[in-house]
Design a protein around this ligand. Structure first.
Ligand SMILES: Cc1cc2nc3c(=O)[nH]c(=O)nc-3n(C[C@H](O)[C@H](O)[C@H](O)COP(=O)(O)OP(=O)(O)OC[C@H]3O[C@@H](n4cnc5c(N)ncnc54)[C@H](O)[C@@H]3O)c2cc1C
Length: 659
C-alpha cells in the first residue's frame, strides 16, 4: 500500500485554519530560560528572518551561511517587489483574492491551506519591514506605492526601486544583528552545511565545513532548520547567484527527507538572452518592467529575418507591423500573464521563426509607448537601475530615442528571452514546515510549500519572510515544546563521528579522481542536458534520453574530474565539486518527476499534453497530488509517494487569462 503522508493540516474551513492553529500554540515563553538550541542554515530572507525571530523569542540560535556576510545571500538579487493584500489602491484586493490568485497562478497544484495562511500574513510582513526601516517606494502623499506583477489584476506589489530584496535583507539583517548582539544568535559566516545528523530518527545537528580553514565541525541542537534556497543552478545557466547550490537540501533528501515536486521549475520570461558559450550566468530583467514595457515580435517573417541578419533594427518597424502577442492572445491580462504562460508564448513565437536577434531566441520588451505617455523621468524613477543594468550588459540604453515614424518616437527596446529562475519544488514539509524527518524544518525557496506548479512574481519574498517571521517561529514550538525534557545531544555521539567521516571521505574521493575535466566544464554539459531535455518543453522520449545522458555524464564526473589543491584551507574548486555531485542527484530527480507526471501544469510542460492553442493541459483525475520522492541510493530510482491535494475553498478549473 502507498505510504500516507500526514500534512498536519488542522480541520475546518480554510479561512479559519491559521487563526485556530495559532490559538493552540504551546508558546515557549522567552523568559522561562529554556535552553533550547536551533540551528538555522542560511541567511537569505527566509533564514535571516527566522534566526532573528527565534532569537527574539528566547531560543539559542546557531546561524550559518556560505557568504562572508548574511547581507550577501542570494536574496539581495530580488529586484521587483513583494506582494501583500493591503488594498492601498482600493482596487478590490483582499486576502482571499491574493490567496485565489496564488493558487490559480500555481495551476492548482499548491496546498490550499498553506497558501491561505501565506496570504493572511502577507500584510504583517509589510508592517514588520516598514518598522525595520525598509525604504519602500511611496506615493507623493506618503502612502506606500504599489505596482502590478503577473497573474494579478490588482496592484499589490510593494517595492524599493529595483532593489527590493536587498532592502528587505538589510531589514532582516538589522534584526539578526540585534540578536547577535544580545547573544541569542551565534553567526557562522563562510560555513557550509555538508550533512544533517540524525540521532534516534530525529535531526539533532549538522556537519559543517569552515570554508576558510577547510576544517569540518559538528553542531548539535534540538532542531535544525534549512533555509538554503533553490536548485536553479542545476541548469548551470540561470538567474541565480553563482553560489546557489542544493547541497544541504540534497543531503537532507539522502538522509530521508522527501523531495516534493522537483519538476516544477520556473522559467522567467524576461531575462537577457544567452549571447555565447562562455557565459556562466544569466541576468534577469525584473518582471516589474512588464507594467510599462510591451512585449512584441514582428508580424512579418521577412522583418524577423532582417532583424536576425542585423540588416534592420526593432525601432525601424512601425506600430502596425508589430505583434504584441501577449496582448493579442490574453486580452484580460496582456503583458501581465503569469511567467509560465509568457515564457511559453515567447518560445512559441521564436520556434515559429519570429525571434529578433542573431540566434533567433529573443523577443522585444519595448518602453516607447510608456515613455511617450509618461515621460522618461517617471520611467527612470520606476526602473532607472534596471535600465542602467541592461545598458551595462548590452551597451543599449532602453531610454534612448532611436527613430521617429509619423510623429511617433520609438525608443531602443530591450531584448529578452526566458531563462531558469526559480524552483517551486523543494524539500517536502507539512503544514508546520517540518520535513518527513522529525526535528528537521525547511523554509523559503528550499521547501515546496506554497507555489504549486508556477510561482507568481513577488511571491517568493513574501513566502520567505512569511515562513521566517510569522510561520516557523510558531509552528516549530509544537515540536520544541516536547523537546524541553530532552537534553541537547553531545557531538561526541557516534552518529556525528560517522557523518563527519563520510563527508571527509567524500572530499578525499573527489580530490583523488585526478582526471582531466574541470568542475565547470562538466557542470556546463549537465546544464545543456537539462535545458535541452528537461527544460521548457519536455517529452517522455526526451526525458528518458536526458536521464541516460545524465547517468553517462555522472560517470564521467566520478572518473575524470580534476579538483586541484587539498582539503586543507580554502578550496573553491572542491566546494564546487561537492555542489556538482548534488546537482547530478537533483537533475535526475527533476527528470524522474517530469517523466512520472503525464500532464502539463505551470512550469512543467509536457509537449504531449497541450491544448490546441498550445496551453498546458492538466490531468486532475490522475495527477492532483504533490509528488514526493524518497531516496533509494545512488543509481537507483527514487520511490514516488503521493500527498493528495484537497481543495475546499477554491474550485479547481482550467486557468484562463484571456477574459
Ligand atoms: C535575479 C532575481 C530576482 C528576483 N526577484 C524577486 C522579486 O522581485 N520578488 C520575489 O518575490 N522574488 C524574487 N526572486 C526570488 C527570490 O529572490 C528568492 O526566491 C528568495 O530570495 C530566496 O530566499 P531564501 O532565503 O529562501 O534563499 P537564499 O536567498 O538563496 O539564501 C540561501 C542562504 O542559504 C545559505 N546556504 C546555502 N547552502 C548552504 C549550505 N550548504 N550551508 C550553509 N549555508 C548555505 C546561503 O549562504 C544563503 O545565506 C528573484 C530571484 C532572482 C534570481
Amino acid at each position: 500500500m502507498a505510504k500516507v503522508i500526514d500534512s498536519k493540516i488542522p480541520a475546518g474551513p480554510v479561512p479559519e485554519k491559521w487563526k485556530e492553529y495559532k490559538a493552540h500554540q504551546r508558546l515557549v515563553n522567552p523568559k522561562n530560560k529554556l535552553k533550547l538550541d536551533v540551528i538555522v542554515v542560511g541567511t537569505g530572507l527566509a533564514g535571516a528572518s527566522a534566526a532573528a525571530s527565534l532569537g527574539e523569542m528566547g531560543f539559542n540560535v546557531i546561524n550559518l551561511c556560505i557568504q562572508d556576510s548574511p547581507r550577501r545571500a542570494h536574496s539581495i538579487a530580488a529586484q521587483g517587489g513583494i506582494n501583500a493584500a493591503k488594498c492601498y489602491q482600493n482596487d478590490g484586493d483582499s486576502v482571499y483574492r491574493l490567496f485565489y490568485d496564488t493558487v490559480k497562478g500555481g495551476d492548482y497544484r499548491a496546498r490550499e491551506a498553506n497558501v491561505y495562511r501565506l496570504a493572511e500574513v502577507s500584510n504583517n510582513i509589510i508592517d514588520q519591514c516598514v518598522a525595520q526601516g525598509v525604504p519602500f517606494a511611496r506615493e507623493y502623499g506618503g502612502m506606500l506605492a504599489n505596482r502590478s506583477f503577473g497573474g494579478a489584476q490588482v496592484s499589490r506589489t510593494f517595492y524599493a526601486k529595483g532593489q527590493t530584496g536587498q532592502q528587505l535583507l538589510l531589514g532582516a539583517y538589522s534584526s539578526l544583528s540585534c540578536q547577535v548582539n544580545a547573544g541569542k544568535v551565534k553567526l557562522y559566516t563562510r560555513y557550509e552545511m555538508e550533512d544533517v545528523v540524525i540521532v534516534d530518527g530525529r535531526a539533532r545537528g549538522i556537519i559543517a565545513k569552515n570554508l576558510v580553514t577547510g576544517k569540518l565541525e559538528r553542531f548539535s541542537a534540538n532542531a535544525v532548520v534549512i533555509a538554503t534556497g533553490g536548485y536553479g543552478n542545476t541548469y548551470f545557466l540561470s538567474t541565480n547567484a553563482m553560489g546557489c547550490n542544493c547541497t544541504a537540501a540534497v543531503q537532507c533528501y539522502r538522509k530521508g527527507a522527501y523531495f516534493a515536486n522537483p519538476s516544477y521549475v520556473q522559467i522567467h520570461p524576461t531575462c537577457i538572452p544567452v549571447h555565447g558559450d562562455k557565459q556562466s550566468k544569466l541576468t534577469l530583467m525584473s518582471e516589474s518592467l512588464r507594467n510599462d514595457g510591451r512585449i512584441w515580435v514582428p508580424k512579418k517573417i521577412e522583418d524577423a529575418k532582417a532583424l536576425q541578419a542585423g540588416t534592420k533594427q526593432g525601432w525601424e518597424i512601425p506600430e502596425e507591423d508589430r505583434d504584441y502577442y501577449l496582448e493579442r492572445r490574453y486580452p484580460a491580462f496582456g503583458n501581465l500573464v503569469p511567467r509560465d504562460v509568457a515564457s511559453r508564448a515567447a518560445k512559441e513565437r521564436c520556434d515559429k521563426g519570429f525571434g529578433v536577434n542573431n540566434t533567433g531566441l529573443a523577443v522585444f520588451l519595448d518602453f516607447s509607448e510608456s515613455i511617450n505617455r509618461l515621460g522618461i523621468d517617471i520611467i527612470m524613477q520606476r526602473y532607472g537601475n534596471l535600465f542602467e543594468m541592461y545598458e551595462e550588459i548590452t551597451d543599449v540604453f532602453p531610454g534612448d530615442v532611436a527613430n521617429e515614424i509619423n510623429g511617433v518616437k520609438y525608443y531602443k527596446p530591450m531584448m529578452i528571452y526566458p531563462a531558469i529562475h526559480y524552483t517551486m519544488g523543494g524539500i517536502w514539509v507539512d503544514y508546520e514546515l517540518q520535513t518527513s524527518i522529525p526535528g528537521l524544518f525547511a523554509i523559503g525557496e528550499c521547501n515546496f510549500s506554497d507555489h504549486g506548479a508556477n510561482r507568481l512574481g513577488a511571491s517568493a519574498l513574501m513566502q520567505g519572510l512569511a515562513d521566517g517571521y510569522f510561520v516557523l517561529p510558531y509552528t516549530i514550538q509544537n515540536y520544541l515544546a516536547d523537546q524541553a525534557v530532552w537534553p541537547k545531544v553531545s557531538t561526541d555521539l557516534p552518529e556525528f563521528a560517522e557523518a563527519e567521516k563520510k563527508v571527509d571521505a567524500e572530499q578525499d574521493r573527489l580530490l583523488n579522481i585526478k582526471g582531466k575535466r574541470s568542475v565547470d566544464s562538466i557542470h556546463k554539459e549537465l546544464g545543456h542536458i537539462m535545458w535541452e531535455y528537461v527544460g521548457m518543453g519536455r517529452t517522455a522520449e526526451g526525458l528518458k534520453t536526458g536521464l541516460k545522458k545524465m547517468h553517462e555524464l555522472e560517470k564521467e564526473f566520478d572518473t575524470n574530474l580534476f579538483v586541484p589543491g587539498t582539503k586543507e584551507g580554502l578550496n573553491i574548486e572542491l566546494d564546487k565539486a561537492i555542489h556538482l555531485r548534488d546537482f547530478f542527484t537533483m537533475g535526475q530527480l527533476v527528470a524522474f518527476d517530469a517523466l512520472s507526471r503525464n500532464e502539463s501544469c505551470g512550469g512543467h510542460f509536457r509537449e504531449e499534453y497541450q491544448t490546441e492553442e498550445g496551453e498546458a493541459k492538466r490531468d486532475d483525475e490522475n495527477y492532483f497530488y504533490v509528488g514526493c520522492w524518497e531516496y533509494k541510493g545512488k543509481g537507483n530510482e527514487p520511490e514516488l509517494i503521493k500527498e493528495p491535494l484537497e481543495y475546499e475553498a477554491i474550485k479547481v478549473q482550467t486557468r484562463n487569462y484571456k477574459n
